[in-house]
Write a protein that binds this ligand. Structure first.
Ligand code: ADP
Ligand code: MG
Length: 365
């Protein structure tokens, strides 16, 4: 197995630079997810790792070896795409074994590796079926089986679950995570879905317009986003953002005047904070619903409550922001039109400067 290193990787299509200098280390055995909005360059970056796309600049190492100029077949990688691209006239067994047959692997070896992969992916009972006789999830498992039998050092996945319905996506997500535990292989996985990234990754790389915004563990990114892009991309419902102004710092707390007249304190965690415009960020589950006039609170009116059973989303109109989302318990009793007081605990608030860079991130982790 092998780790990866990307150094100064750039890619332009004509005069358009789509990857603008990526430096990244992925450890041996790590599950690394590239996440970002559509068009940010995730597939292009993955295809350069695979050797399917030439780089404009930089170098890539796999297992400590410079592979920048190696063809895909010599890089020790297997790639699984969104479209399964199975051969319709071949059985599951033949589809899985195809690459090995092309590589002139011995019949015994092919049989052994196919059986092992089928067992791992629960495809043993389906080996003699054709792709048309399989469900979407089973087809995607065949595509993964085809990658597994080649015993690559690194697996590359490009949005492999996008064609599946929601329930199957959750199931396959769990299966791929289990597969990673079993194989202990290095996996690089591309998705635009932050939930997939959060649930599967050891390490998440957030990409935006061809640049890395932040690299970290799921909880790092959730609790300690570097900037507004990461803060709002990770987490659903999104972090609430309230414009305000720091008017001073007292006893380790920044005094923030929110738009509309409310004043709150935000823990500075020892950071020097200048007076001036900021954005206060707070996640929906950190907001409390309490008594009117409580300290560190903003008054509001419930516009809509969504009862999801286990939790309730309150959409609250406030003077600070028109729509503040609050995640509260499943049996919340607030009615539409009810006046509420939203408390913003000082240790859960994030502050971002006028350029959208984080100044403080709360102290939950
Ligand atoms: N072969 C190509 N020629 C020109 N532009 C391309 C090509 N492939 C991708 N792009 C552009 O590069 C950008 C990144 O694309 P891509 O890596 O596919 O994004 P993602 O996978 O994050 O959705 C997009 O703006 C896309 O239009
Ligand atoms: Mg893509």
């Amino acid at each position: 197995m092998a780790g990866l290193a990307l150094r100064g990787v750039k890619k332009s299509f004509g005069s358009v630079e789509v990857i603008r200098g990526v430096d990244l280390d992925i450890k041996d055995g790590e599950f690394c997810v590239f996440v970002g909005p559509s068009g940010c360059g995730k597939s292009t970056l993955l295809r350069m790792i695979a050797g399917l796309e030439e780089m404009s600049d930089g170098l890539i190492e796999i297992g400590g070896k410079d592979v920048t100029f190696l063809p895909p077949a010599k890089r020790g990688i297997s790639m699984v795409f969104q479209s399964y691209a199975l051969y319709p006239h071949m059985t599951v067994r033949q589809n899985i074994a195809f690459g090995l047959k092309m590589a002139k692997t011995s019949r015994d070896e092919i049989a052994a590796r196919t059986a092992k992969a089928a067992n791992l992916l629960q495809l043993t009972d389906y080996l003699d079926r054709k792709p048309a006789q399989l469900s979407g999830g089973q087809r995607q498992r065949v595509a993964i089986g085809r990658a597994i039998v080649r015993e690559p050092e690194v697996f590359l996945f490009d949005e492999p679950l996008s064609n599946l319905d929601a329930a199957l996506r959750v199931q396959m997500r769990i299966e791929i995570a289990k597969l990673h535990n079993d194989l202990k292989a290095t996996m690089v996985y591309v998705t635009h879905d932050q939930v997939e990234a959060m649930t599967m990754a050891d390490k998440i790389v957030v990409l935006n317009a061809g640049r890395i915004e932040q690299i970290g563990s799921p909880l790092d990114l959730y609790h300690r986003p570097n900037n507004l892009f990461v803060a709002t991309f990770i987490g659903s419902p999104k972090m609430n953002l309230m414009p305000g102004e720091v008017t001073g710092v007292e006893n380790g707390a920044a005094k923030v005047a929110l738009k509309g007249g409310a004043h709150i304190s935000v823990d500075t965690h020892g950071k020097a904070i200048a007076n001036g415009p900021v954005t206060v960020g707070i996640r929906p589950e950190h907001i409390g619903v309490g008594q009117a006039g409580a300290p560190n609170s903003v008054p509001g009116k419930v516009v809509l409550s969504e009862h999801l059973g286990g939790e309730t989303m309150l959409y609250v109109e406030t003077s600070a922001i028109p729509q503040c989302v609050v995640k509260t318990d499943g049996l919340a009793s607030q009615k539409n039109g009810e006046t509420v007081s939203l408390s913003l605990p000082a240790n859960t608030c994030h502050l971002f400067d006028a350029n959208g860079q984080a100044i403080v991130n709360g102290s939950l982790i």
